[in-house]
Design a protein around this ligand. Structure first.
Ligand code: ADP
Ligand code: MG
Length: 408
């Protein structure tokens, strides 16, 4: 068994033992972070050793620090318009979140990070690049625009992170990601993170853009996401909005996932009509609108966020007490990503999925794929059970199906 497969049995290494420099430790301690999470234990030493790393871990497992700390420790100082570090992320929210995390760590070495994304004016980004940005955190589209305009040159970039590569693929960004990577230094270190490393879209990135990467996996069972309890509720389509209102009323803060923009707007209206402070967030909104919505949610002025999958990428809000799958996600991967919005960093949380009568088979398949014990409604049930909440502890008591959290 590779040593990291010992996972939880092994004593938890400290950040110091992982090789994180003292100056960065102080920033961590100011933020109340004292012990590394498993994904950080796995990745930081290899990253600090300069190796290419492929990391597969569910949402909320702490991947940002796993790459941000090594990057802050090692990236070199850039020249104006010529950064040395690059982080690619699929959404503006995620890009600004990552840049925000990097700033205080980089500041210990007097280095700068800046977020680059579309939907906002070019000039502030252009000016920042002219002043000198050591680490660019970018969404692919706007970065390519700035490259074409000659505002940024990537040939000095020798440290690259591709975050959420699977989402990048889903969103059609991979051709741009490849062009961008092609523009960086051939000597670069490349770290790649993805909820999955084995699908047809992500595998070629690993193969063609990484050199003998060390592969670290957090096995994607819901267990690893945190302590969320999961339940599937049988709800007729016509009753979903009312059932959702009821869930939202019982929770401090909820993210409700719906499939389409239109669906998100409609549900937000319906919940609003029942007196709840809710807001929709989806790709049809401008960046300032999305920022305002997120700020209101973080501040607790909005009780529930009704989100599409794409818009919710990188919405990093701690203390979300509940996630509702209003529309059942077709793919277990999406279920994990969505569910990972709650129970972050070991906090408690609950996840509710609405299952309409015609979705029972799909729901059962999903529960099987994720090894969830959610009391999935049976197909033989004569009438749709409306509010049969089946509390569903995770199947923690079945060691034979519990795999080691890490394999390398
Ligand atoms: P991911 O990118 O894997 O989805 P993040 O990097 O956003 O996850 O981390 C999820 C949450 O966990 C964040 O709120 C982050 O501040 C917190 N976190 C990360 N590392 C630690 C740690 N070592 N101790 C406590 N909290 C942590
Ligand atoms: Mg992340």
């Amino acid at each position: 068994m590779p040593s990291s497969a010992l996972g939880l049995l092994a004593p938890i290494a400290s950040f110091t033992e992982l090789g994180v420099p003292d100056a960065l430790l102080q920033v961590l301690h100011r933020r109340g972070i004292t012990e590394p999470l498993p994904v950080q234990v796995a990745i930081i030493p290899d990253a600090l050793a300069g190796r290419d790393v492929s990391g597969m871990a569910p949402t909320g497992s702490g991947k940002t620090l796993a790459f941000a700390l090594p990057m802050a420790a090692m990236v070199a100082r850039g020249l104006p318009r010529r950064p040395r570090g690059l982080v690619l992320a699929p959404t503006r929210e995620l890009a600004s979140q990552i840049a925000g995390e990097l700033v205080p760590f980089l500041a210990t070495r007097n280095l700068r990070a800046h977020a680059i994304f579309g939907g906002v004016a070019f000039n502030p980004q252009r000016r920042a690049l002219q002043r000198g940005v050591d680490v660019v955190v970018a969404c692919p589209g706007r970065l390519e625009d700035l490259m074409r305009m000659g505002e940024v040159v990537l040939s000095d970039v020798d440290m690259v992170v591709v975050d959420e590569a699977d989402r990048m693929a889903d969103m059609g960004f991979l051709p741009a990601v490849r062009r961008i990577l092609d523009a960086t230094s051939a000597r670069r270190q490349t770290m790649l993170f993805s909820a999955t490393l084995d699908d047809a879209a992500v595998r070629p990135l690993v193969r063609n853009y990484q050199r003998q990467p060390v592969r670290h996996e957090v096995v994607s069972t819901v267990e690893e996401i945190g302590r969320a309890t999961h339940r599937f509720r049988s709800v007729a389509a016509s009753e979903r909005a009312a059932a959702c209102a009821e869930v939202v009323k019982g929770e401090a803060s909820t993210i409700v996932f719906v499939r389409t923009k239109h669906g998100a707007d409609r549900l937000a209206r319906q919940l609003g009509n029942s007196g709840l402070a809710v807001a929709a967030i989806h790709g049809g909104h401008s960046q300032p609108q999305r920022d305002r919505t997120l700020a209101a949610f973080r501040a607790g002025k909005v009780r529930a966020l009704v989100a599409t999958d794409v818009a919710a990428r990188g919405v990093h809000v701690d203390d979300v007490s509940c996630v509702v799958h209003y529309d059942l996600p077709p793919d277990p991967k999406d279920y994990l990503h969505r569910s990972g919005r709650t129970a972050r960093a070991g906090a408690a949380g609950s996840v509710v999925a609405f299952v309409s009568p015609d979705q029972r088979q799909a729901a059962a398949a999903l529960a099987r794929a994720l090894d969830l014990d959610v009391g999935t409604p049976r197909d033989t049930s004569p009438v749709p059970m409306r509010h049969d909440i089946s509390p569903a502890p995770l199947r923690r008591d079945r060691p034979k199906r519990r795999r080691a959290p890490y394999t390398s």
